[in-house]
Design a protein around this ligand. Sequence first.
Ligand code: SF4
Ligand code: SF4
Length: 176
Amino acid sequence: MKRVEEMGLWERLYFPEIIRGLMVTGYRFWRNLTIHTLHLFGLAKDQEAAITVQYPDERIPYPETFRGCHRLTLKQDGLVQCTACFLCATACPAECIYIDAGYEIDTLRCIYCGFCVEACPCDAIRMDTGVHPANRGFTRQDFVETKEVLMERSRELEQKGKEGLYEEHVRRYQHV
Ligand code: SF4
Ligand code: SF4
């Protein structure tokens, strides 16, 4: 599909686009409000309206296939499985895996597509932690996950389990 880069006269006038945006928002707002009100009276049960989950106080379970934070898997002796073959870095569409100086993922560039996991021939990288990526930090470096961080995540997953790891993640956000 050809992407339209140029703005037409209508877009350049600016205000019509603001009004269009407000109309979309307004439509959604009134639709949701109406359907939720009808549901209170047992009506329009076949119509779905948007709901807001008060995360992190409320949570809905993730499917097993949810792609969470990366981790580097470990061998029985605790060493990393990764053989630095560069296949994941080659497969990464965001070019956010750096292997030259250790192993790092720039999670600000990562799009969580999972291609690196698919590309790895020795199951050395997984995204099965069930944990969201961090969304707060003060410098770019706060979002770069090093080899040590990725290995530690595997150890923590082993000790605390997926649910324990996620509980800790949520507690960090609740106490910010
Ligand atoms: S999930 Fe996708 S974007 Fe992120 S590191 Fe892996 S391949 Fe790259
Ligand atoms: S594909 Fe697997 S073994 Fe190769 S560098 Fe990436 S994580 Fe390491």
